[in-house]
Write a protein that binds this ligand. Structure first.
Ligand code: AMP
Length: 189
């Protein structure tokens, strides 16, 4: 099972991915988490991406595709993968198709969390106060939203045309969103 959790930054993808990991044993592949871990470890990759991430821009397709490739190879027997924050560009989506095809599989579902941008800004301001993530400050967050609308949102019609996209209201409580996602996943998993 390959499931993409899709939506703008702070839409709740990470929260839902972690729940599905606990409940269904899937592996969460969050490129944002992987990159933050690289920055925290002070590795060469971390130093390379630190300022890009802090500015709210996207790191190169090449870097994140390599991270995903590595994780797919490291977990050959996983019951499923949840892609969280990846793919974020058309190039990444094409590369993911190829990585999966090489392994005899494909994207089964894309669940899009539909959220209101003003409400997101409020949500992320709160997260900034609680967690202090530099790229959650309101100015940087606006850049991240712009990147989402310019580079990531074009994937929506692509997945819709393929018949794998389902939309879920992402503005409710965590419980309500969880129920909606489980409904969208249905008997598929
Ligand atoms: P996230 O936690 O998913 O919002 O990611 C935090 C930051 O990491 C983003 O603003 C980007 O700078 C970088 N990043 C994470 N995933 C990707 C990706 N798939 N492509 C490019 N940059 C990414």
């Amino acid at each position: 099972m390959n499931l993409i959790l899709f939506g703008p930054p702070a839409a709740g993808k990470g929260t839902q991915a972690k729940r599905l990991v606990t409940e269904r044993g899937f592996i969460q592949l969050s490129t944002g988490d992987m990159l933050r871990a690289a920055v925290a470890s002070g590795s060469e990759l971390g130093n390379q991406v630190k300022s890009i991430m802090e500015s709210g821009a996207l790191v190169s397709d090449e870097i994140v595709i390599a991270l995903i490739d590595e994780q797919l190879t490291a977990n050959p027997d996983a019951p499923g993968f949840i892609y969280d924050g990846f793919p974020r560009t058309v190039g990444q989506a094409e590369a993911l198709d190829q990585l999966l095809e090489k392994r005899g599989t494909k994207i089964h579902q894309v669940i899009r969390l539909v959220v209101d941008e003003d409400a997101l800004l409020e949500r992320v301001t709160k997260r900034f106060e609680e967690q202090g993530r530099k790229d959650d400050n309101p100015e940087t967050f606006k850049t991240r939203l712009e990147k989402y609308n310019a580079d990531t949102a074009p994937l929506i019609p692509i997945y819709a045309e393929r018949g794998v996209l389902k939309e879920v209201d992402g503005m409710g409580s965590i419980e309500a969103v969880s129920t909606a996602i489980d409904g969208a996943l249905g008997a598929a998993v």
